[in-house]
Design a protein around this ligand. Structure first.
Ligand code: AHR
Length: 551
């Protein structure tokens, strides 16, 4: 886990008030590429988009997910066992699968997190009743019975129609163990591991396109120094072999927050940047972890009870994610100007104090409109850095941290969170091409936590026939009218959807599952002479506008 990214001085800087930067100051700083941009204007708020200038492809993998053996994510979340009253397929909840299929989730990372560097995959294969037990020392110090293992995970991947991102064990595992796991998963012939897989009931190899070389090696994954881990990452990656047609992208365990020295050490060690067949080596990507909270690691803040200051502090810290991507990317550019090595932001999202009365080791938290805007701000930043970002994985999919889905431990009832709806509303960005969305604001722009925080965040993409615009009104209390100034192509139709609730802390429960749910956005007016659309966003809201494009 991470050290405290939130200093006391940064807290007191913002408490009580957000300060204002002059529009000119903000405009000049926003022209850089490190954060959300907004420039001053004399007219109304505008979001200017050149529909005919598509940029980098936004990989669908930026909408990736993460499921760890932690709390009720795997057990009770995804996996209830075949004997459960809850409808399931081979123990995997049908309703969870259905909800995630609707999001078209592109990949799922498993089994950790910190758990990955304690996990020995051989304990999770073969007859369930014979599987050895282990202690999940990071998450509640509970006994894990290994009933959900490799076959169950790959079954889940197939049910979800997604792609596997398996995270291997460097901290307490061997090179041979990791090498055997990829052989077990992906080899077709009668090799020792392929034969073992067959003996356990699976004939065909699976496809595993992504493999993590340990996790948080600077912390729970072994408390290593950067150079020491970099040497191990080279070694372990070498033995994660491509078997048959399975091509693995090996992901080295990357930096914590702003540890640019860690990224540099990994880039320096990735000597074979051009690689064979144009593929970088020995690892093809490095990861980054950063969590958003309004407090400190000791007291992260409540998920549902927060002040106005905490609202803006949280959103400013969410915007920091884009700065981190830009700055790690700059370090990578020095060694890899042609961007062969991908950046994988495989843990992001909010981390709040656990819900009162729940196990502190299980990281169960509610999810409000504020979480939805944290997600939308991250995605706006991700879209702007689609040329370097290979993948991103929110932590975590079910019942842990900033989840898509919460399930009631007693009744089993399933609730979709506000964050789920942001993923759904943004699904059209997956594999579309990014469009620049220039935000022009008439007012002075607030500085929060040392960062300019425009009250409007936006991004856009196009498939050619359509464009999707995402708009977040970060203002806690004020609605926002803006002109969507659309240039370069004609627009033949539009559909607008909004996500908000009665108050910024609104959230969904089994009793009120639709308190925060997407609804048609009524306040959209077509401007004369093809001048675009005038849109009014409610306070604390996220909206998407899908445009049908003509000539
Ligand atoms: O997502 C929860 C934990 O956060 C992960 O296990 C670890 O990688 C990070 O510290």
């Amino acid at each position: 886990m991470t050290e405290n990214p939130v200093t006391e001085s940064s807290r007191s800087l913002t408490s009580g008030l957000v300060s204002a930067l002059s529009a000119t100051q903000t405009g000049s700083r926003a022209s850089g590429s490190t954060g959300p941009s907004a420039a001053p204007t004399d007219g109304p708020a505008r979001v200017v988009i050149d529909l005919d200038l598509p940029g980098a492809t936004i990989s669908r993998h930026l909408y990736g997910h993460f499921a760890e053996h932690l709390g009720r994510c795997i057990y009770g979340g995804f996996y209830v066992g075949e004997d459960s009253q809850i409808p399931n397929t081979r123990g995997i909840r049908d309703d969870v699968v259905e909800a995630l299929r609707a999001l078209q989730i592109p990949n799922l990372r498993w089994p950790g997190g910190c758990f990955a560097d304690d996990y020995h995959w051989r304990d999770g294969i073969g007859p369930r009743e014979e599987r050895p037990r282990m202690v999940n020392s990071h998450w509640g110090d509970i006994v894990e019975d290994n009933s959900f293992g490799t076959h169950e995970f790959m079954d889940l991947v197939e049910l979800l129609d997604t792609e596997a991102y398996v995270n291997g064990n460097v901290g307490s595992g061997t090179v041979a163990e990791m090498s055997d796991w990829i052989e077990y998963l992906t080899r077709a012939d009668d090799s020792p591991m392929a034969s073992l897989r067959r003996a356990n009931g699976r004939d065909e190899p699976w496809t595993v396109p992504y493999f993590g070389i340990g996790n948080e090696a600077w912390g729970c994954g072994g408390n290593m120094r950067a150079e020491d881990y970099a040497a191990l990452a080279r070694q372990y990656s070498t033995y994660v072999r491509d078997h048959g047609g399975n091509e693995v992208t090996r992901i080295a365990a990357g930096a914590n927050i702003d540890d640019f020295g860690w990224t540099e050490a990994l880039m320096r060690a990735a000597t074979n940047l051009e690689g064979r067949d144009g593929k970088a080596g020995p690892y093809q990507a490095i990861s980054l972890h950063y969590y958003t909270m309004s407090g400190s690691w000791e007291d992260k803040g409540s998920a549902t009870e927060f002040s106005e200051d905490e609202w803006y502090l949280t959103l400013s810290r969410a915007a920091r994610a884009e700065e981190l991507v830009a700055r790690h990317s700059t370090v990578m550019d020095h060694y890899d100007p042609h961007r062969k090595v991908g950046l994988v932001f495989d843990e992001w999202g909010t981390w709040w104090n656990v819900e009162p009365g729940t196990n502190p080791g299980f990281l169960y938290q509610q999810n409000t409109v504020r979480d939805a805007l944290v997600a939308s701000i991250h995605f706006d930043g991700f879209h702007r850095h689609a040329d370097r970002l290979l993948m991103a994985n929110i932590a975590q999919t079910v019942n842990v941290l900033q989840a898509m889905i919460l399930t009631d431990p007693d009744s089993g009832a399933l609730v979709l969170t506000p964050t789920y709806h942001v993923f759904a509303m943004n699904a059209g960005h997956q594999d579309a091409r990014a469009l620049d969305a220039h935000v022009l604001l008439p007012e002075e722009i607030a500085e929060v936590d040392g960062r300019a925080l425009p009250m409007l965040s936006a991004s856009a993409s196009t498939t050619g026939e359509t464009a999707l615009v995402s708009l977040s009104n970060l203002d806690l209390d004020q609605e926002r009218t803006l002109v969507l100034d659309l240039r370069g192509r004609g627009v033949t139709g539009h559909t607008a959807t909004v996500l908000t609730g009665e108050g910024s802390a609104a959230h969904n429960t089994p009793e009120q599952p639709e308190a925060v749910a997407p609804r048609p956005l009524e306040n959209v007016r077509e401007l004369e002479n093809g001048g675009g659309l005038e849109i009014t966003l409610p306070p604390h809201s996220f909206a998407t506008v899908e445009l049908q494009l003509g000539e």
